[in-house]
Design a protein around this ligand. Structure first.
Ligand SMILES: Cc1cc2nc3c(=O)[nH]c(=O)nc-3n(C[C@H](O)[C@H](O)[C@H](O)COP(=O)(O)OP(=O)(O)OC[C@H]3O[C@@H](n4cnc5c(N)ncnc54)[C@H](O)[C@@H]3O)c2cc1C
Length: 344
């Protein structure tokens, strides 16, 4: 039996950031995942955007999460020797006078001054962007290449013999007489489940309030150079510097549990893409994933109510790139202190 400090089930964004946070505290971990980061984290654009939505509101604890995330992603780049995080402003194509007025009103709000600019600077918006009533700009936003991060992190764990590329079978987890958890030749005082939307198949946390939200995205090749900004017009267009393609997303569908791309999703995305651009494009890929979302959009960071040493770190919802780095640190502290609960 090989002893370790923690077993982590699922090596998507949540599992990987938590594994890193525990390792930084001197703990040894082993992770289980047949395809690390295969689901939500691989579909995501990895955008960190403090201001979102039609109502232009700041995301929950945006200032704190964004500052911490940017610092962390820079550290991770150094640790892994990979370029992963790029500052990219968002150009907002505002379709009508009402949207423009709402934008200008928001720009006058002192809480938003750090991030909003009344207009995109002259010369920034490329000529292939479709005309709009007005172009606003948010700064402070960035994009992280999540698939590259997960690939590099998984490779590192694997080299150290600390990644088991197999599905975790919950029915094979045993509690020893000494109170440690045993699984497949490993033993540890704690097991943390980070399975994203697959948590619903986990018998220990089946009651957790996770309601996945399906999202579909396209990867397209534009007949134009990639711009130095992301473009928001109903859908979001995100330049992927790693492969020269444009990410176009996303749809939001509640109560869908499959990860199959649909014709309806593709039609929706292409219709909005055609509204946003004035150049030819080719669809190279079409993918779907499940965002792990709770009803109140807050993370799930909890201990099993009865079984000591079983934990869950999940519910990163649609913003894991920005919230995950700080939440993983808080989760690691909670694990070491043995206490549940985070600031809401
Ligand atoms: C369309 C779309 C667009 C998005 N865009 C963004 C964005 O731009 N910015 C942003 O911050 N967030 C975005 N998100 C959300 C982001 O993807 C999530 O916040 C985050 O990736 C969730 O990470 P996770 O590790 O909890 O889950 P996942 O990434 O789903 O990882 C779970 C992992 O658990 C593994 N697993 C499951 N069951 C088992 C088992 N039994 N044994 C072993 N392993 C198991 C899976 O293989 C997987 O690797 C988007 C999501 C979608 C779907």
């Amino acid at each position: 039996m090989k002893h370790t400090d923690a077993m982590i089930v699922g090596l998507g964004l949540a599992g990987a950031l938590l594994a890193r946070a525990l390792r930084r505290r001197g703990l040894q971990v082993v992770a289980f995942d047949p395809e690390p980061g295969h689901s939500s984290s691989r579909i995501a654009a990895g955008v960190m955007n403090p201001v979102t939505g039609r109502r232009l509101v700041k995301a929950w604890r945006a200032d704190e999460f964004l500052a911490f995330a940017k610092k962390t992603w820079r550290q991770i780049e150094l640790e892994l020797g990979r370029s992963l995080c790029h500052d990219l402003p968002v150009v907002w194509a505002l379709p009508d006078v009402k949207a423009e007025n709402d934008w200008l009103a928001r720009c006058g709000d002192p809480l938003y001054r750090t991030f909003l600019r009344e207009s995109a600077p002259d010369g920034l918006v490329s000529e292939w962007v479709a005309p709009a009533q007005h172009f606003g700009l948010t700064t402070g936003s960035a994009r992280v290449a999540l698939a590259a991060f997960l690939e590099a992190f998984a490779e590192r764990l694997e080299k150290e013999g600390r990644l088991v590329r197999q599905p975790f079978r919950h029915d094979r987890l045993r509690l020893s007489a000494k109170g440690t958890w045993q699984y497949d030749g490993w033993s540890a005082p704690r097991v943390i489940f980070c399975e994203g939307a697959a948590l619903r198949h986990n018998p220990f946390f089946a009651e957790a309030p996770l309601q996945p939200v399906k999202g579909e995205v396209l990867h397209v090749r534009l007949e134009a150079p990639l711009p130095p900004f992301m473009l928001k017009r109903k859908v979001m267009l995100v330049p992927l510097s790693e492969n020269g393609l444009m990410w176009v997303g996303a749809t939001f569908v509640n109560d869908a549990y499959d990860r199959q791309p649909t014709l309806e999703g593709r039609r929706y995305l292409e219709a909005h893409l055609r509204d946003a651009i004035r150049c030819r494009y080719e669809v190279v890929d079409h993918r779907a994933g499940l965002r792990p979302v709770t009803p109140d959009r807050r993370p799930l960071m909890r201990r099993h109510p009865e079984l000591d040493g079983l934990w869950c770190f999940n519910g990163l919802a649609a913003r894991g790139t920005m919230t995950g780095p700080l939440l993983a640190e808080q989760m690691a502290d909670m694990l070491l202190a043995g206490k549940s609960g985070i600031e809401k």
